[in-house]
Design a protein around this ligand. Structure first.
Ligand code: GLV
Length: 317
């Protein structure tokens, strides 16, 4: 039986399935392993089932046992793994696309609405019993009938667009490549980010985190946004330059920012916590029971296929 290090506590049913297929090292206390711990715990293993909280960089990969042949990341994003270094060492990396598209797109809409309609301020006022209805109490920005810029029109970006059409929003997008018409469904393509920003009353960040997108939302690009734009990030913290965003929130260039993902998670830039025009969630994008089960099932399937000598369905390197 092949031996797998499972870095985080999984749903019980998924752990049971993995136990039938492999010899497993579980993590019942759900401790987040340091790179040293990960290297040590996986030393007799043939594979690793990892999560977004594991930073498996070039240095870690160079120190992993030569026995390890696959890292099945239990996430669609794989910016936490140096996939090129893994490939060079002969380690396959897989992710879990598709199954979390809807859950994440739902959260993107929640972020846009929560930020634009000042839901967090409202919750705090209600909780503190510190409010009374008035004509100018907590006035937000209406999302319906506005333009929505989508940065990254992959599966999740397109699912956000689909939902936003229900709000009668006009969709603009930036992607590395223009999509074919059937996938565009009337959305307007922008070859560069600045042009997208100049047409966005609302903006949803949905691109993967990689060397091309790191801090793509920065001081230089943010200044092109339409004034009072509402921004939501359901992708990755690294895509946004926090200092520039905080400045834009303070000057109200950005009306409000809804975010589910952070640079250096689970830490949150302390300035975000001081701002009112912010709507924060703790990385809940794929957090429904069904979605998490599906993601872990898919990661398990990738391990199973790999050790059966097949090409795993979701190989990314
Ligand atoms: C979650 O953030 C994922 O990438 O699956």
């Amino acid at each position: 039986m092949k031996k797998i290090l499972i870095t985080r506590k999984l749903l019980k049913e998924n752990e049971e399935k993995l136990k039938e297929l492999f010899e497993v090292i579980l993590n019942p206390d759900d401790k987040i392993y340091s790179q040293e711990e990960l290297i040590k715990k996986s030393k007799d293993c043939d594979g690793i089932l990892s999560s977004v909280s594991d930073q498996i960089n070039k240095d870690t990969i160079s120190k992993l046992s030569a026995k390890i042949k696959i890292i099945a990341n239990g996430a669609v994003g794989f910016g936490n793994i140096d996939i090129d270094a893994a490939k060079q060492k002969g380690i396959a990396v897989t992710n879990t696309p598709d199954v979390l598209t809807d859950a994440t797109a739902d959260i993107a809409i929640l972020l846009l609405l929560g930020a634009s309609r000042r839901a967090l301020e409202g919750r705090i006022a209600a909780e503190n019993q510190n409010w009374k209805w008035s004509f100018d109490f907590l006035l937000g920005k209406q999302m319906s009938n506005k333009t929505l810029g989508i940065l990254g029109m992959g599966r999740i970006g397109r699912a956000v667009a689909k939902r936003a059409r229900g709000f009668n929003m006009q969709i603009h997008y930036h992607n590395r490549k223009k999509l074919p018409n059937d996938l565009e469904e009337g959305a307007v393509f922008h070859k560069d980010v600045k042009s997208l920003f100049a047409n966005s009353e609302f903006l949803s960040i949905n691109c993967p985190a990689n060397s091309e997108t790191t801090k793509i939302v920065n001081e230089d690009t943010l200044k092109h946004l339409l004034p009072n734009c509402v921004v939501a990030n359901s992708a990755r913290g690294d895509i946004v330059d926090d200092e520039a965003m905080i400045k834009a929130l303070k000057s109200k260039k950005v009306f409000a920012y809804g975010l589910d993902v952070y640079n250096g998670e689970p830490k949150i830039h302390p300035e975000y916590l001081k701002l009112k025009n912010i709507f924060l969630l703790p990385h809940l994008g794929s957090a429904t029971k069904r979605t998490r089960w599906d993601m872990l099932y898919r990661a398990t399937k990738n391990l199973e296929m790999f050790f059966n000598g097949e090409k795993p369905k979701d190989l990314v390197n």
